[in-house]
Every structure is written in C-alpha cells, then in structure tokens.
Design a protein around this ligand. Structure first.
Ligand code: XMP
Length: 516
C-alpha cells in the first residue's frame, strides 16, 4: 500500500492511478489525517501531492516532520517537494520566477530517480516558490530556469521529490520517474495486477457474505455489471440480479443484459418488463426535470417491488436476503468524504445518503477501483466487450434525449438513429476516443425536406459526440467528415421520421453534454 496525501490538488486521484499503473496498490488520504493514522496503515511509501498553496501562505497545510522520520519512503511532488525541502532544512524562496505549464528541465545528476531519463526533457510545472538549496544529505538532480533545485533524492533515508507533476500526461517520462521511486527507491513490489484484484475480491466477498443471500440491481452499465459478475464468481446462485427494463434503453441493450451478460456469467436474473408503466407515467410530460423525477420515482418503486419479490421467493425456501451489491467506485468514495481539502465535493447517494432504515448490508467490491480498472476486471471476468467498454449513459436514458414528450413511437425512432450513429462510430474505430455520443431527437421541431419525388416534413436529430475525462467539462469531438457523412446518409435513408441530421459544436461549459 502506498498512501497519496491529498493537499487539495485535483491531481491526487491521478497520482493514485499512476501508482497503480506501476502495479502498486495506492489509496488517497486527506492531509488532515494524523500521521499516526497514516502509519497505522503500514504504508510501503507515502506520496505528498501538489497543492494550490505556497508553503509561505498563512494557513498553508503544513507537513508534519514526523512523516520524514518514520523510516517510510516519501516522495514529494510540487507542493509536497517544497514542503519536504522546508521541513528538512533546505531553502525555499519566492524567486519571482513562476513556472506554469510545459517547462524544460535539465538533469544534472541522474541518481536513481532520474536514471535513464534524457538530460533535457519537458515537464509540467505549476509553482511560484522555488527550492534554492536542497536539505543536507540530499543530492540535487535537476534544474530549470525558475527552479535552481528541481529534483532531489536521499537514498539512505529513501526520500525524494520533484518540483514538477510526474502524474500528468504532458510531463515526459513522468511514469518512469514515479516508477523509479516506487520500485527502486522505496522497494515496492509490482504485484497489483487484475488477476490479483479479482482473486482478492472474491475471497473478501466470500468472507463477508458466507452462505447467505445477496441481491443486485443491474442498470446495463459497466459498474453494476462488473460488481454483479464478481459477486456471482464468489457466491454463485446465492446472488440474484434484478433488471428493470424501463423501455428507455438503447437498441439491443436490454438483450445484452438478459442474454449476453447471463450467458457470460451464469447469473440468476429477475427481469421486470416495466415499459408500459413508464410510458404511462411519462405521458403528456415535456419538462426535463419533471421527466427525471418521474423516471427516478417509478424506477425506485418498480425496483423495490422486484426486491420484495426476490426476497419473498427466498423466504419460501426459508432464507433471507441480507446483502445488496452496489457498483460504487473509488472516486465516489474519495469525493464523498475521503477528500477533505479538495475543492469540489459531491455527495453520492450510493455512499453517503442511504436511508437509515436500509435493511441490507452493502457489498461494494469496486470501492477501491478506478473506472479503467473496473473495465479491466470486467474483461478478466469474460464480460462482453459491448458491456465492458460501454460509454456512460444517463439513468433516465433516452427519456432525456427526446426533447418533448416521450412516446413509444418517438423512442423507436430515436433508438434506430442512435443505433446507426453508434454502429458507425464503432466501425470507424473511434469508440475509445469519444467519451459519449448522445443522439438527441427534437420531437417538437419539424422541417421541410425532399426525398425522392416527395416533400417531407420530418424531425431533426442532433449528433452530440464529445470528448471528456470526467464529464465535468467536455469538448465537442472533431469526428472525421466521412464518418459524419455516413451517419447522416444512413439515418435519413433508414429512419423514416427523420429528414435532417445536425451536429452540436458546443463545449461544456457553456453547454451540457445532454440536451435536457
Ligand atoms: P451533463 O448533461 O450534465 O451530463 O453535461 C454529465 C454526465 O452525466 C450524465 N447525466 C446523468 N446521469 N442521471 C444520470 O445518471 C441523470 O439525470 C443525468 N443527466 C446527465 C450525462 O450522460 C453525462 O455523462
């Protein structure tokens, strides 16, 4: 275990992921965690992240010297580097030269940390203060225009640091430098592999659940599918999955859950066909928030009724269902409390706000994993690629991609158009470059067209391909023209109601990804 101490940088999660890419397990702790608590976790190393503050700012988060004296290897980045320098008697000064963004550094002495890294390379910096003298016993390894000492190490004490951000993509050789620290200075063994994760989780789930029963709601998305598959692997038929088909999924998705997922995992599945019920509840409603509320409310009702049915069936065999499986991910856990000092904290209902009278104990086998790791676990478990590599999809589904009232026919129209767009994106090999590709039906808009000899008066669809890293911000994706052309031609030829295809070229902000 490597601890990443979060000083309020948005980089802590990225650092934790990069550590895991070096095959070493990592967790994030807020900088307010007492040092005794950190050491009690028995970390093999501690990484001090960057932070927004200067070490000289009043109220700057301080670093307890004890962290450097516990005999645990420590790596400081950016703010963490300066804090280490200052705590150990080096000199940090406001030199007047700030460095932001891509910055050339020169390696003066490679040492262990920078061995095999080119003498001149470019790294990502973001700092005002600089280290002008390394603490006693440390070797200065690199320098840049604004940082007399841009990296140092003390092999005897297994302490090291860099002024830059090795975790960001724009830093050349960043992963190498981090790996040198982890493997060669801290002596961490690269044992964090997907096979190990799967085996360890299966073991834990068996311990937690024993011979009792569990239930899991499947949404069609990656997280619930992988969580369910893991638990199935661990406890077999003691798990029942519930899938509510609300009729707002895309073409083929319900079948993927009901047929392909079951075939791949052997899970016992309880399907509720609630399509009619959702259509009735949505009749006459056009307001987006109203639609969301109705879909959310109906979903909970149907799901709870299904749960009660499953519990009832178990009871007939003299058994109780005591566990609820959820696909909670590590970023949800960090953002809901693990991250004191980070600037935006969301609260996720599946972590913090469960009703107190919840009757289930939670099983959350993905709680320590990032999304990309969840996908790898899914692959390891043999889940179909269509599920494992699925784009994020909103809970209210196509219900919020029809601008206007949701009806059966409109859903069918949108499903056809959406399927064509996805098919062509896949054919072009672009699935993994695009974060999400909503297709939106403007059901209340009509425009005049001409097809064959006849005048048409149909609806437009909007293509909304976006790139993003976390859905908080996004940019419109520059799809190749020939891909757009094929999608447009196919949709207008194959989907009767649609006579016009448009493309949304708005970033987020000011737009959102979805139209409603
Ligand atoms: P926006 O449209 O706000 O979307 O840029 C950001 C991300 O959230 C998804 N989204 C939702 N997910 N329930 C969900 O579970 C919702 O009501 C909802 N609205 C938007 C959207 O698909 C994107 O990934």
């Amino acid at each position: 275990l490597v601890l990443v101490v979060d000083f309020g940088a948005q980089y802590a999660q990225l650092i934790a992921r990069r550590v895991r890419e070096a095959r070493v397990y990592s967790e994030i702790v807020p900088h307010t965690t007492p040092i005794e608590e950190m050491l009690a976790k028995n970390p093999k190393a501690i990484i001090l992240s960057g932070g927004p503050s200067s070490v000289y700012e009043p109220g700057a988060p301080s670093v307890n010297r004890a962290v450097f004296e516990a005999g645990v290897p420590v790596f400081g980045m950016c703010y963490g580097f300066q804090a280490m320098a200052q705590a150990l008697g080096g000199e940090v000064r406001r030199t007047g030269v700030s460095e932001y963004g891509r910055t050339p550094v020169t390696v003066t002495v490679p040492g262990t940390l920078l061995s095999d890294v080119p003498e001149s390379h470019r790294v990502w910096m973001s700092h005002g203060d600089s280290v002008v003298a390394a603490p006693e016993g440390f070797t200065a390894l690199a320098t840049s225009a604004g940082s007399p000492v841009a990296a140092f190490e003390n092999l005897e004490r297994r302490l090291a640091g860099v002024q830059w951000h090795p975790e960001v993509l724009h830093t050349e050789h960043g992963q190498e430098v981090l790996t040198h620290f982890l493997h060669n200075i801290a002596g961490c063994h690269p044992t964090w592999t997907m096979v190990n994760i799967v085996e360890e989780q299966i073991e834990r789930i068996r311990e937690q659940i024993g011979d009792r029963r569990a239930i899991c709601g499947l949404s069609g998305g990656v997280d619930s599918a992988v969580a369910a598959a893991l638990v199935q692997r661990a406890i077999g038929d003691q798990l029942t999955c519930v899938f509510v088909d609300h009729g707002l999924l895309r073409k083929g998705e319900a079948e993927q859950v009901e047929r392909d997922f079951v075939a791949a995992t052997g899970v016992s599945l309880h399907v509720v066909d609630a399509q009619q019920r959702f259509l009735e509840a949505l009749a006459g409603v056009s307001d987006p928030e109203e639609k969301r509320k109705i879909i959310g409310r109906e979903f909970i009702r149907v799901f709870e009724a299904a749960e009660i049915e499953v519990i009832g069936e178990a009871a007939e065999h003299g058994e109780k269902v005591e566990f609820l499986v959820q696909g909670t991910l590590y970023p949800d856990v960090v953002e809901s409390g693990g991250g004191a000092g980070t600037s935006n904290i969301k609260s996720h209902h599946n972590v913090g706000g469960l009703p107190e009278d919840l009757e289930f104990s939670l099983v959350e086998p993905l709680r320590t994993l990032f999304k990309d790791e969840v996908r790898l676990v899914g692959e390891q478990l043999g889940l179909p690629a269509e599920i494992v590599w699925r784009h994020p999809f909103p809970g209210p589904g196509l219900g919020i991609r029809i601008v206007g009232e949701v009806t059966h026919d409109r859903l069918e129209t949108l499903r056809e158009a959406d399927a064509i767009a996805r098919e062509e994106l896949t054919r072009a090999g672009l699935d993994r470059d695009i974060w999400q590709f909503p297709v939106v039906l403007l059901a209340d808009v009509r425009s005049v067209g001409v097809q064959g000899d006849g005048r048409t008066y149909g609806h437009p669809v909007v293509l909304r391909p976006v790139t993003s890293e976390d859905a908080m911000t996004a940019d419109w994706a520059r799809l190749p023209y020939d891909v757009i052309e094929t999608i447009s031609t196919r949709i207008t030829n194959e989907v009767r109601e649609i006579n016009r295809v448009t493309i949304d070229v708005t970033s987020k902000p000011p737009g959102t990804i979805e139209w409603e």
